[in-house]
Design a binder for this molecule. Structure first.
Ligand code: AMP
Length: 503
């Protein structure tokens, strides 16, 4: 028997098995009204009411519906209320500028746009049929009306179009199908062992690769969602304590915020031996991993992936064989991107580019057939990341292809150098880039944010010299106040390189 996999399955199951459980704790303080703490019965009713409203607006199956919002229970509802009835969700990063949002709305052809109350003014200039502010609930939900059935549910239909975070040029719309999202979130759930006992804190923006799929998976097993609108280390610790959080996903920058807050926390750190934190989006430094395990007592799990792969490609979770290793050794092993998730194939081509094939890989880039063909050439998705498989078959990401530094004819992995520099106590953040140099071609250069303790460039270079080959050791260290990042914590190295390469 063939039965199509659609994202509705997750909500249907939760509403059937756990109708009276609290599904989501919405952010209590927000510019509009909070949705409070709806149960799964209520969340399913909200999703139906949203679908009924979209019927009333004549949005067809396949029609695009954009949501520009911080994490919120209404955005979570839209994962089901929009896609669950065959329409296409376009979650938009609320931190983008007006022209960027304009571009995404036009390019995706959305006929409905919802915006959070805090960014409602972006709606003013958008040329779109229906625009609503989240929180004006009569515009969002048509209650007590059953939505029209999705007559022919299709797992190959597009469920979401996610615009990539744009560390380079114009964002591309990544088209993910119901099948992509279904398998990504269940396989992710399998590797992170989610269950109905989980309390999931949304430390990851839901707009980013659909919150890596956790909004579906956690719902499907009847776990509890705790919405977090804004990243703040101390607030994360407070929520972990208040709600008994067991699971979260985050970029390395969020780990640093939590570690900073933990240093000032009075009493025992909440969640010790209970929380597991899944990290990806940028390479986590080994020292950070060690601190998460030691200072917080949380389990550290690394994954690697991209929006284009829904995102799960590899997973690195502590295995039984490592239980008795020294913390530093365990952290070093967990510092690799990991091994392929179930059903995923990974390879590295002759140029060192990471390739992957799986049921999570995108259907295509929205309205960009040539880009799609290029990215999927030869039956593999070309990630644009440089890396290698080590002797145990673990994938190690060495750089974005564009970020590799070529110094004196040798390739230098900026990630490897950054990891060594971050292992120095006085370093809070670092970006390593190549800058033009007559002798070396590119000069390995570290831009460092320190803890203010007055560490010198010479000390940092000496620290690297004992740990790295000569050609990898930075020749220049500049101290900076902060480093530019995307909304999801990725370093924007092109911005850092720009002033050096301008001439
Ligand atoms: P995005 O599509 O915005 O999620 O970005 C995907 C990119 O994030 C990948 O191509 C990598 O460059 C980076 N990335 C994701 N996970 C990891 C990881 N575990 N280690 C290093 N880089 C990562």
């Amino acid at each position: 028997m063939y039965y199509p996999l659609t994202v509705r399955d997750f909500l249907d199951r939760a509403a059937h098995v756990y109708p009276d459980r609290v599904a989501v704790v919405d952010e209590p303080e927000q510019p509009g009204p909070s949705l409070g703490e709806p149960t799964y019965r209520e969340l399913a009713a909200l999703a139906r009411a949203q679908a009924a409203k979209l019927d009333q607006l004549d949005v067809p199956v396949g029609g695009r519906v954009a949501v520009i919002s911080q994490n919120s229970a209404r955005l979570l509802t839209s994962f089901f209320g929009v896609s669950g009835w065959g329409r296409v969700l376009v979650p938009v990063n609320f931190r983008l500028t007006q022209p960027e949002i304009d571009y995404i709305v036009r390019h995706s052809g959305a006929s409905v746009v919802y915006a959070d109350a805090s960014c409602a003014d972006v709606l003013d200039t958008l040329d779109v049929k229906h625009k609503f502010v989240l929180g004006d609930d009569e515009d969002l939900f048509l209650r007590d009306t059953e939505p029209r059935d999705w007559a022919a549910p299709d797992e190959s239909a597009t469920a979401s179009v996610n615009y990539t975070s744009g560390t380079t040029a114009r964002p591309k719309g990544v088209q993910l199908t119901h099948r992509n999202l279904w398998l990504n979130s269940t396989v992710f759930g399998l590797h992170t062992t989610i269950s109905d006992r989980d309390v999931y804190l949304h430390t990851l923006p839901m707009f980013h690769a659909n919150g890596w799929g956790m909004p579906y998976g956690v719902t499907g097993v009847g776990g509890r969602h705790i919405v977090l609108r804004q990243i703040d280390g101390a607030e994360i610790l407070r929520r972990v304590e208040r709600h008994g959080v067991t699971l979260m996903c985050a970029a390395p920058a969020v780990l640093n915020a939590v570690l900073d807050a933990a240093a000032d926390w009075e009493g025992e750190i909440p969640g010790r031996d209970r929380v597991r934190i899944v990290c990806a989006g940028a390479p986590p430094p080994t020292r950070t991993i060690e601190r998460v395990m030691g200072e917080l007592g949380w389990e550290f799990i690394q994954i690697y992936g991209l929006t284009e792969t829904s995102p799960l490609v590899t997973v690195n979770r502590g295995r039984e064989e490592w239980d008795d290793l020294e913390p530093t050794d365990r952290a070093r092993r967990l510092g690799r991107a990991g091994v392929p998730a179930l059903g995923v194939r990974v390879d590295v081509d002759v140029d060192g580019e990471v390739l992957t094939a799986s049921n999570h890989n995108l259907d295509g880039y929205w309205d960009q057939p040539e880009e799609t063909a290029k990215a999927q050439a030869g039956g593999w998705f070309h990630t644009g990341d440089g890396g290698y498989l080590d002797d145990k078959g673990y994938l190690v990401i060495s750089d974005r292809k564009k970020d590799v530094i070529i110094s004196g004819g040798e390739n230098v992995s900026s990630i490897e150098v950054e990891d060594v520099i971050t292992s120095h106590q006085a370093v809070r953040e670092v970006a390593v880039i190549g800058i033009p140099d007559a002798k070396w071609g590119e000069l390995v250069t570290a831009l460092v944010v320190t803890d203010g303790s007055g560490v010198t460039a010479e000390e940092l270079i000496a620290h690297c010299r004992t740990r790295l080959a000569g050609f990898k050791t930075p020749k220049r260290v500049d101290f900076v106040e902060s480093l530019p990042r995307t909304a999801t914590g990725k370093l924007q190295k092109f911005k850092l390189r720009e002033p050096f390469w301008r001439e």
